[in-house]
Design a binder for this molecule. Structure first.
Ligand code: GDP
Length: 533
């Protein structure tokens, strides 16, 4: 992730785009922050409109309800809005840890991430996991330390924890003054400004006071003497001990700037947004098996990173979320669907603007568009103006939990198959059809997914189903010379299945079995991930 000096300048429409995700541990304030982004981006009129989502996640049954009331969560999958000279595309990552695979794929569609941490809790487990995924892709990360209006940890302690536990340099972009009830605001170290929090109106942006450096006597007009002395001391220490902001190190993923604020009080949010605009990366080149795709290339290319089926249960539609990798897309364009080698007229693409979706008349590299379709578009698929590209890096993980599934009514087995295939293509589960016997084995990463699936199959297809324990606990994709795969399958019939793409899978209970196969069939490869394309 570099600003390569020998790359041509991006067209202004592309250069102003910032496509990013927010990662955090549940409760740190992601929903609140998202809402304030939309508010300051003019996409919603008042806070509270996306509230339903954050609260819906609280309990398991609420979560299922949210899944059913898909309208809310879906329109929030990708949100586009203008902010000053910038166009922001905020891609939502599913909050629940059971959907980590979905999250992983979402992160293949963004160029940067904002990491939100709770000032009292620091780096929590889910933050750490998501951070590791970002690191795999060297994504630049901006950090927002939230809830400074509450009793928080000492500023140095928070920074130390991030540096130590995530092994990344932290450069303060702002410095908090006081905390909890004494929280005054923060000093913007990049622009030498004092930002004062307005406690009276939560949706008002902080008052900003221009300051001529830290010796400016005007500081005393706004900060009580005790806090001011402490603040001056801390800043001196920070300048000595902590790295200064370095854009290149940030773009390479080695350093994260940190802002301190309070999302609920709208404090520090604008500074963070300004930081994303000013320092965040414009759309980056994307990797295909054949070559790198630069955003400024004229032909339009893009890849599907998420498919959401039955967004509107009355209409059985499916929306494929496409990240545009290059070019200037216009509505009505005919694109090549590389996997099927068929042309596809994209006549009703949608853009997601907060709570609404809107026809996308045009879009540029970096944007996320939704393409309604009847199942042709799958995760990993490429769309181009003719070139046979295969985008890489969108993985499918072997499920960690397997169960067999049956329709309550045996006569409905065919319907069940159709429903399962649809969810498999959507990426909501892995579906394996065993070589022997009837029925299906469904694989997921987190147990909650079984419940969500059962409820969606019933709701969307009118099919009550039963999930039951399976004798298998792991699945591995099998690859190798055809003759060797056939020989292997013949000897291990009870363990062989095919996934929804027809690829061979070895189902087993024991790691020992997997090791044995590798020993007995050295020409075969058993893998726990498969690239979706
Ligand atoms: P999410 O789970 O990360 O999406 O977190 P939410 O945005 O739903 O916030 C979790 C809880 O923290 C909610 O009750 C919010 O009202 C509260 N919250 C969010 N930001 C702040 C903040 O700046 N200060 C305080 N005191 N509470 C906050």
């Amino acid at each position: 992730m570099l600003d390569m000096p020998n790359r041509p300048a991006l067209p202004p429409e592309i250069a102003r785009r910032r496509t990013f995700a927010i990662i955090s541990h549940p409760d740190a304030g992601k929903t609140t922050l998202t809402e304030k982004f939309l508010l300051f981006g003019g996409a919603i009129q008042m806070a509270g409109q996306v509230r339903a989502k954050g609260e819906a996640r609280r309990t398991r049954s609420d979560f299922m309800k949210m899944e059913q009331e898909r309208g809310i969560s879906v329109s929030a999958s990708a949100m586009s809005f203008e902010y000053g000279q910038y166009r922001f595309n905020l891609v939502d990552t599913p909050g629940h840890s059971d959907f980590s695979e979905d999250t992983y794929r979402t992160l293949t569609a963004v160029d940067a991430a904002i990491m939100v941490i709770d000032g009292a809790k620091g780096v929590e487990s889910q933050t750490r996991k998501l951070f590791e995924v970002c690191r795999l892709r060297d994504l630049p990360i901006l950090t927002f330390c939230n809830k400074m209006d509450r009793d928080s940890r000492d500023t140095f302690e928070i920074i130390d924890e991030i540096q130590e536990s995530l092994a990344i340099d932290v450069a303060p972009a702002s410095w908090p003054i006081g905390m909890g009830r004494e929280f005054v605001g923060a000093y913007d170290l990049i622009h030498d400004r004092l930002e004062i929090m307005d406690r009276a109106d939560r949706n008002r942006v902080a008052e900003s006071v221009k300051i001529d450096g830290l010796d400016d006597p005007r500081l005393a007009d706004h900060i009580p003497p005790g806090l001011l002395a402490k603040f001056r001391e801390e800043i001196e220490m920070a300048r000595e001990l902590l790295p200064a902001f370095d854009r290149q190190a940030f773009l390479e993923g080695h350093l994260t700037p940190i802002w301190f604020g309070s999302a609920i009080n709208s404090f520090g949010v604008k500074e963070l947004m300004d930081g994303m605009g000013e320092f965040g990366p414009p759309p980056q080149p994307q990797t295909a098996a054949e070559r790198q795709i630069a955003p400024e290339e004229t032909p339009v290319t893009g890849f599907v990173f998420k498919v959401q089926a039955n967004m509107d249960p009355k209409h059985r539609d499916r929306v494929a979320f496409v990240r545009l990798a290059s070019g200037h897309f216009q509505r009505g364009m005919k694109l090549l669907h590389v996997r099927s080698k068929k042309p596809m007229a994209v006549s009703n693409p949608v853009l997601f603007l907060a709570a609404d979706r809107e026809l996308a008349e045009e879009a540029w590299a970096g944007d996320i568009i939704g393409i309604p379709n009847h199942g042709q578009l799958r995760i990993g698929d490429a769309l181009t103006e003719g070139e046979a590209l295969r985008f890489t890096g969108i993985p499918s993980f072997a499920p960690e939990l397997l169960q067999s599934v049956r329709a309550g009514d045996p006569m409905k087995a065919k319907h069940l198959e159709k429903a399962l295939m649809q969810f498999a293509e959507e990426g909501a589960a892995k579906v394996f059809k065993p070589m022997i016997g009837s029925g299906f084995i469904v694989g997921v990463v987190g147990a909650l997914q079984f419940e969500v699936l059962a409820s969606r199959i019933e709701l969307e297809y009118g099919l009550p189903v039963r999930f039951e324990g399976s004798q298998f606990t792991s699945a591995r994709w099998v690859q190798g010379p055809k003759a060797e795969m056939d020989r292997f399958a013949n000897i291990n019939k009870q363990h062989i299945a095919t996934d929804h793409d027809g690829d061979m899978v070895f189902l087993t209970r024991l790691q020992w079995d997997i090791d044995r196969v590798q020993r007995d069939f050295p020409d075969l490869r058993l893998t726990a991930t498969k690239e979706m394309m």
